[in-house]
Design a protein around this ligand. Structure first.
Ligand SMILES: *[C@@H]1O[C@H](CO)[C@@H](O)[C@H](O)[C@H]1NC(C)=O
Ligand SMILES: *[C@@H]1O[C@H](CO)[C@@H](O)[C@H](O)[C@H]1NC(C)=O
Ligand SMILES: *[C@@H]1O[C@H](CO)[C@@H](O)[C@H](O)[C@H]1NC(C)=O
Length: 189
């Protein structure tokens, strides 16, 4: 069955020690986040899908902007591996059942609309999905546009939510691309 093979594949997305400490801690979506657009997805149209920008952020590296404007095709990172980190301590994490609703909505969207989405570089293009207590967001840390897929994102949410709970002394977590060029976080909304 498709779902079980996806869940099985997630077991390989495990911890690697080399991840820089700065990324391992919890990130906020961004200071003063402003919603650019939002829509509701899923079979019940109850999961909010939003794109936000970050007016208070300063660019991480000024050199990046020159590279991002040269018309290169998006970097396809769908299927790339990432390393999971749980945030300590326990308490105040999202309800994993709410995170499952988000994952299901992403799969529904991927099957009925489009699995692939494009995401611009930096926190100014952060994509955020929320349902009840759960929030997940994706940040492209490449200097160029990326394309990613909701089916993979759903798998990561399904992995982090139940595995980074209070019983694991955690309250959510993230998964950082092996090459550091993107990360996905799952946290309390
Ligand atoms: C994000 O967008 C805001 C508003 O356009 C801009 O002021 C800010 O410098 C941008 N931040 C980055 C990191 O590009
Ligand atoms: C765009 O930039 C990339 C990376 O610097 C480079 O490899 C590529 O050749 C450039 N493409 C164009 C059309 O200038
Ligand atoms: C899905 O979205 C990608 C990225 O925007 C686009 O290139 C592709 O054509 C879309 N596919 C379909 C079937 O709409």
């Amino acid at each position: 069955m498709k779902v079980s093979s996806i869940v099985f594949a997630t077991a390989s997305l495990l911890l690697v020690e080399a991840t820089p400490a700065v990324l391992k801690r919890e990130q906020i979506v961004c200071p003063g986040q402003v919603t650019v657009s939002e829509t509701f997805i899923g079979a019940d149209s109850n999961v909010k899908l939003a794109q936000v920008y970050c007016p208070e952020n300063t660019p991480l590296e000024p050199a990046l902007s020159a590279r991002q404007d040269n018309g290169t095709t998006p970097l396809d990172v769908c299927g790339a591996t990432c390393d999971t980190n749980c945030f300590t301590p326990s308490g105040g994490g999202p309800n994993p059942n709410d995170c499952s609703v988000i994952a299901d909505a992403m799969r529904f969207y991927s099957q009925n609309v489009n699995d692939t989405f494009l995401i611009g570089t930096g926190t100014n293009n952060t994509v955020v999905l929320t349902y009840s207590t759960c929030e997940t967001f994706y940040v492209n840390q490449d200097p160029v546009e990326q394309s990613y897929c909701y089916s993979d994102w759903a798998t990561i949410v399904d992995y982090i939510a139940p595995n980074c709970q209070s019983t694991q002394n955690a309250h959510g977590g993230n998964c950082i691309a092996a090459d550091q060029q993107w990360f996905i976080q799952v946290q309390t909304n």
